[in-house]
Design a protein around this ligand. Structure first.
Ligand code: GYE
Length: 341
């Protein structure tokens, strides 16, 4: 009996010693980690990045370009958050960056509206905000320093002008042209701009019938589902305008499942956006008629902007990345070999 009691006392003593040690060193360990992080931060420019999600090949490349730019070797400490397509997650991330007193906030707004309050909080905290890829719709443009992205209206116009030329080449300028549109995330500047640009060109052609524009969230799954619906609803579709390659991949699957064909020699012409490598391979083989490039490699541009800000130099309100239009004629082996995304 006595031995049992002694054994219990020893066990309790060991446990108490362990708890005491942890309290002494364990917190020290966390403090040490915080201090390490603090030291890492102190010698570097701290950038908080709120990425809207990982919905597409473009987004993956966009994220990689930012992570490859803001490295510790380049003098930066990157805090990255993936909002998984939810604006509330971006709002939380931006508020967290403000409370962590980062030096800059970079974010790609999932939609254009709903940012005034959080951007005002960043401004009052003295944290400069830089937009990446997409933009925001705010009254007070001083709420962000600059936007590095694409001219989405121009991208939409490029798609429209390509279709004009293609139909002229085919002598198809009078007969009805039935068009369906797979639109990106509702209210995103890429969806708004591409729609505006294409519609502006389409408005000049009485024989172009835009049968329906429907959101497919920039994903291949939704692109396939929405295209299936279009195929059931519209017996005659001549052109699909798909606002990104991921939706295009899904749409092509749906069209082929229906027994129809796509591309240069097909029943249905495919106009796509982004020009990721796997889509350009489909352009080269004639499956996609034209791909309007949307360049995700914005990390280097963002790096230059912050370097200018750090040097006290003025920056423009908007920087557009360089972009091309790809068809079978210019998707060469070299283009594919050199493709970084
Ligand atoms: O086209 C799409 C991504 O905002 C330009 O978002 C970007 C778009 C791009 O989901 O692939």
């Amino acid at each position: 009996m006595f031995l049992k009691r002694a054994y219990g006392i020893v066990i309790i003593g060991i446990l108490l010693a362990l708890v005491l040690m942890f309290m002494m060193f364990g917190s020290g360990l966390f403090t040490e980690m915080e201090e390490t992080t603090q030291v890492e931060r102190e010698n570097r420019i701290v950038v908080g990045v709120s990425q809207l999600g990982s919905e597409s090949g473009f987004r993956t490349a966009n994220t990689e370009s930012v992570q490859n730019a803001f490295t510790q070797q380049n003098g930066y400490f990157l805090i990255y958050n993936n909002a998984r397509q939810r604006q509330e997650n971006q709002l939380k991330a931006i508020r967290s960056f403000i409370s962590q007193r980062v030096d800059y906030i970079i974010f790609s707004p999932v939609v254009e509206t709903g940012w005034e309050t959080v951007l005002q909080e960043a401004k009052e905290a003295g944290v400069p905000v830089i937009l990446m890829d997409r933009s925001v719709d705010v009254e007070d443009e001083s709420l962000y320093v600059t936007c590095v992205g694409s001219n989405f209206v121009e991208e939409g116009e490029k798609a429209g002008h390509w279709l004009e030329k293609e139909l002229q080449k085919q002598g198809h300028t009078q007969e009805p042209v039935n068009i369906v549109v797979l639109a990106g995330t509702e209210g995103s500047s890429s969806q708004i701009g591409r729609t505006e640009g294409f519609d502006a060109v389409a408005g000049g052609h009485d024989n172009w019938n835009i049968l329906e524009q429907k959101c497919a969230e920039f994903t291949s799954t939704r692109g396939k589902e929405v295209m299936r619906g279009f195929l059931r609803k519209y017996p005659e579709i001549d052109v699909v305008v798909s606002q990104n390659d991921d939706m295009t991949f899904g749409a092509i699957e749906a069209i082929r499942e229906s027994g129809r064909t796509v591309g240069v020699d097909g029943d249905i012409m495919i106009i796509s956006f982004d020009a990721v490598e796997s889509a350009l391979e489909m352009v080269a083989e004639g499956t996609i008629n034209v791909d309007i490039e949307c360049n995700p490699n914005q990390g280097e541009y963002l790096l230059q902007v912050i370097d200018m800000l750090e040097a006290g130099e003025p920056v423009e309100k908007q920087y557009y990345v360089e972009e091309d239009v790809f068809t079978m004629e210019n998707v060469t082996k070299e283009v594919l070999d050199e493709r970084s995304y």
